[in-house]
Write a protein that binds this ligand. Structure first.
Ligand SMILES: [Zn+2]
Length: 180
């Protein structure tokens, strides 16, 4: 059996996505709900069903098995789920559809971002200097300089360009060192 396309998988899950509060016109990860800027959003409001379905083919999402292949999970739309690379790497390899969907329900992009920020704070030993960090974060002129000093990274997960958190935090740490 050949692997279904992302468009075929989306078509199978359309009603579930709608009930779960997803917007058909804005492709995102079905686990953490991470969006891809507006690059992959449907541009025209009047798109027909076929255009909506085809639009999901281009989004930087991966096809993930619900019941893992090694447990007999098939390459059929009902056993496949569209997720970002980061969620795909973290997803449970399970025999149980219920367990998989339970995990999906608990994923949340905000938590992932907070964890990323915490990791940077920890690595620069800034956890007990949150107030100082906040002061810098709200200094617009300084932040503007930090951003202009930072190179752009092509994000492997989102498929777009971005400035990495570490580029900013390394400068925050340097600034705080200068001040103390
Ligand atoms: Zn995700």
């Amino acid at each position: 059996m050949t692997m279904p396309t992302k468009a075929q998988i989306f078509e199978h899950w359309m009603d579930w996505l709608d009930r779960s509060g997803f917007d058909w016109g804005e492709p995102c990860c079905w686990a953490c709900k991470r969006h891809f800027d507006t690059k992959h959003d449907l541009k025209k409001a009047s798109a027909n069903r076929l255009e909506i379905i085809k639009n999901w083919e281009k989004a930087p999402l991966q096809r993930c098995h619900i019941i893992a292949r090694q447990f007999g999970g098939e390459d059929i739309p009902e056993n496949l789920f569209l997720m970002c690379k980061s969620c795909h790497d973290r997803a449970p390899k399970t025999k149980s559809r219920e367990a998989f969907l339970n995990w999906v329900e608990r994923q949340d992009y905000t938590t992932l971002i907070q964890e990323d920020i915490l990791r940077e704070l920890r690595s620069f030993e800034l956890l007990d200097r949150i107030d100082d960090v906040n002061e810098i974060l709200t200094d617009k002129a300084l932040m503007k300089r930090f951003f202009s000093n930072s190179g752009v990274h092509m994000n492997q997960t989102k498929g777009g360009s971005e400035i990495t958190l570490s580029s900013i935090f390394v400068q925050i740490a340097e600034e705080l060192n200068r001040r103390s």
